[in-house]
Design a protein around this ligand. Structure first.
Ligand code: SF4
Length: 725
């Protein structure tokens, strides 16, 4: 990462011959950095640089952003549609008409034979918001399947669910500027320097001006834990215990903000009764944090004039993920830390446009945070789209993680995957492989032809990359930023918006609904649908967004710019306007280590890779830092088993096995292993992925495994095979 400071030598970047710079927004993570791509005299993308006057990144980029322009010409981009009759046949090239006709006719055939919901659609957090909105219109208003979800169920579903339960609506209430005002920060299960390097830089900038305690809760000694003032190495999957105990101490010692609780929350009595049971002595035995530290942290947080919590997958990817988010929200409600500068409950999102799908894709409901369960919302959207409201289901269908078991049992016969790669990202991939083989018809729509799921598909639709099309992304702090088209789509690949519009034309219902051709016309529809709502885009336009380098919603028409915080008036999106203090009881259903599988298996992200490496695996300057699947292991644990640094080992769980290279480090305790989740046929061959009862998000991080020695020659051969693209 580039930590430029005025007093240090300026960073010099070799002159790549760029003659023109085009504005866009980074297409990897949810930080939302404004980026300019440099084109040379031949129109080739040769460089990327951060945008100096963008408030999010102020000219900085992480390593992924710095090399993002190389994606346009990276290996194995999809160039032309591919077709085959059976998943065991070789693919042949096809025209767009042929590929789309086949897809539409198969969807119709299967729906006619098995019913509307026998077709499932699973999308992503990577495409543009206008594309999400259009896909939602196509799915909810034309195709009419209710089994439609996004891969955000693997990363953000618990945050969404927790926000809805506590505040009555999704929507992170805070912003990055809160670092500049807070007096205490707790990060739960978030390795910010690696996952969101530029958000971390914002935190560091705030700390350079003014110190305040930074507390990191993480079972692993992450990069973030190493810089923290206090590190709480919690037992995996026990965050709810710690959160209840923090609340216990705050209430016991009368440190709560009773005026805020009385004015703006409901459920205080039941909440107090529940946390009464989580005294620090009892809690310490469950969560592994000593009682004095629990008391100390609770006092620090409650006594701070403003305190904030951030979290990422350490909270979300658990069977207690939604409860963990509710617990964090409650901690902030009882201390009066919602809707004020430096006081917030801020989920740090994963993918570049995970927020866009939450807001507009209609996966879990209808556009603009509307719910299928509410008649008024169904009527509003039906009228706006010009369809019969009875066509909408009255409650949401299956989550992504329930769609695969429904394929397994024959309830779902066709699957359309859009920019997602469950053969690498879902837990228990041996089961997913078997599941995909059962489908009668499968389509993969992706920018890369070699994404692992194409091995099981019948049709491949090559999609344009982020900078080959135009539209918006929303970042972690609700900032809508503009992706300008920098480059023509590769080969004959097409923007996802074009693909959805073309698909709509092939259905009778699609011919009766308006599907605008350009993203700015789609954006106009979203503006109209958002008018008067909390999620208000009506004061934005593409040009205004670019001029301001991103605008935070709500931004009602007539306002100059957006709003940095939600709930500043203490009024929430619940029927009575009060936030809910919800008691959450801890039930230990983690897959804990035992004598047969004695290690906790944890997984997470590294800075140089993104998700399933579909992109970063092909960028030499990213891939070179960790080209091969590896595992962090404690040296003492390795010594006991006679395992050496840099040797290969086999990991075995109750689901399957995986071969990895050993990296000895004190970052993990004696009973813990950590593997970056990016590699195909690796950590998710081992994971169980029990589902959260509210969010249906899998527990990726609480699994048990054993370590076995393995023939080094054979392991090296396997490793080499898996590195080939
Ligand atoms: S921090 Fe995220 S948004 Fe910013 S350059 Fe890196 S990957 Fe892109």
């Amino acid at each position: 990462m580039l930590f430029g400071r005025a007093k240090k030598n300026p960073i010099k970047i070799a002159d790549k011959g760029a003659v023109e710079w085009k504005y866009t927004t980074c297409g990897y993570c949810s930080t939302g950095c404004s980026i300019e791509v440099g084109l040379n005299a031949e129109g080739k993308a040769v460089a990327s640089r951060g945008v100096g006057d963008a408030s999010v990144n102020q000219g900085k980029l992480c390593i992924k952003g710095i090399f993002e322009h190389e994606l346009f010409t990276s290996a194995n981009r999809g160039k032309t549609p591919l077709l085959r009759e059976r998943a065991i046949d070789p693919y042949r090239e096809a025209s767009w008409d042929e590929a789309l006709d086949r897809t539409a006719s198969e969807i119709k055939r299967i729906q006619q034979k098995y019913g509307r919901d026998s077709v499932a659609i699973v999308s992503t957090g990577q495409i543009l918001t206008e594309e999400f909105y259009t896909l939602g219109k196509l799915t909810r208003g034309v195709i009419g399947t209710n089994n439609y979800d996004g891969n955000t169920t693997l990363c953000m579903a618990s945050a969404v669910s927790g926000y809805k339960r506590s505040f009555g609506s999704d929507g992170p209430p805070g912003c990055y500027d809160d670092f500049s005002h807070t007096e205490c920060l707790i990060a739960f299960g978030s390795n910010l320097p690696e996952q969101h390097p530029i958000i971390y830089w914002r935190l560091k900038m705030a700390l350079e001006k003014r110190t305040f305690p930074v507390i990191v809760v993480d079972p692993r000694v992450t990069m973030f834990a190493q810089m923290a003032d206090i590190h709480l190495p919690i037992t995996p999957g026990t965050d709810v215990v710690l959160l209840n105990s923090l609340a216990h101490v705050i209430l016991k010692e009368g440190l709560q903000d009773q005026a805020y609780i009385d004015a703006h929350t409901s459920g205080f009595e039941d909440f107090s009764k529940l946390v009464e049971q989580y005294d620090p002595i009892t809690a310490s035995r469950l969560c592994g944090i000593d009682e004095d530290t629990i008391r100390h942290v609770a006092r620090l947080y409650a006594k701070a004039g403003a305190a904030m919590s951030i979290w990422t997958m350490g909270i979300n990817q658990s069977t207690h993920g939604s409860d963990g988010v509710v617990g964090i929200n409650s901690l902030n409600l009882i201390t009066g830390n919602i809707g004020k500068p430096g006081g917030t409950s801020l989920s740090i999102t994963g993918q570049c446009n995970a927020m866009g799908t939450r807001e507009w894709s209609s996966c879990s409901g209808l556009p603009g945070y509307r719910a299928l369960e509410k008649e008024k919302d169904r009527l509003e959207v039906a009228q706006f789209w010009g369809i019969d409201a009875d066509f909408f289901p009255e409650k949401r269908g299956l989550f992504m993680t329930d769609i695969f078991p429904a394929i397994e049992t024959g309830q779902i016969k066709a699957l359309w995957l859009i920019a997602t790669n469950p053969m690498t990202s879902m837990p228990n991939t041996p089961r997913i492989r078997k599941t995909l083989e059962k489908l009668e018809f499968m389509v993969v729509q992706d920018a890369y032809a070699d994404v692992e799921c194409t091995n099981y598909a019948h049709v491949f639709l090559p999609a344009a990359l982020w900078g080959e099309k135009e539209g918006v992304f929303t970042n972690t702090e609700r900032r809508v930023n503009l992706v300008r088209k920098v480059m023509q789509p590769h080969g004959d690949s097409k923007p996802d918006l074009w693909i959805f519009n073309e698909m709509a034309k092939r259905f009778e219902r699609g011919q009766q609904i308006r599907f605008p051709e350009t993203s700015s016309e789609v954006f106009d529809e979203m503006r109209e649908l958002s008018r008067g709502r909390m999620l208000n885009y009506s004061g934005m336009s593409h040009d205004k967004i670019e001029a301001q380098r991103g605008i935070q919603w709500p931004c009602p028409e007539g306002t100059e710019t957006g709003s940095p915080r939600l709930y500043t008036d203490g009024v929430f999106q619940t029927p009575d306007g009060h936030a809910k203090l919800i008691p959450v009881r801890f039930v230990n259903n983690n897959e804990c280590p035992d004598s047969e599988y004695p290690f906790w298996l944890n997984s997470g992200r590294v800075v140089e890779h993104f998700h399933t490496r579909t992109r970063t695996g092909k960028i030499g300057n990213c891939n070179k830092f960790s080209p091969t699947p590896y595992m962090e292991m404690n040296p003492d644990a390795a010594d006991e088993l006679g395992i050496e640094h840099s040797s290969y080992v086999r990991l075995v769980s109750r689901r399957g096995d995986a071969v990895v290279m050993v990296q000895l480090t004190q970052r993990v305790g004696r009973d813990m292993l950590f593997i970056p989740f990016h590699f195909h046929d690796c950590v998710n061959r081992l994971t169980l992925g029990l589902l959260d009862p509210y969010s249906r998000q899998p527990a990726f991080k609480q699994n048990s495994v054993r370590v076995e020695k393995i023939d080094q020659q054979e392991a090296a051969r396997l490793n080499f095979e898996r590195r080939a693209f």
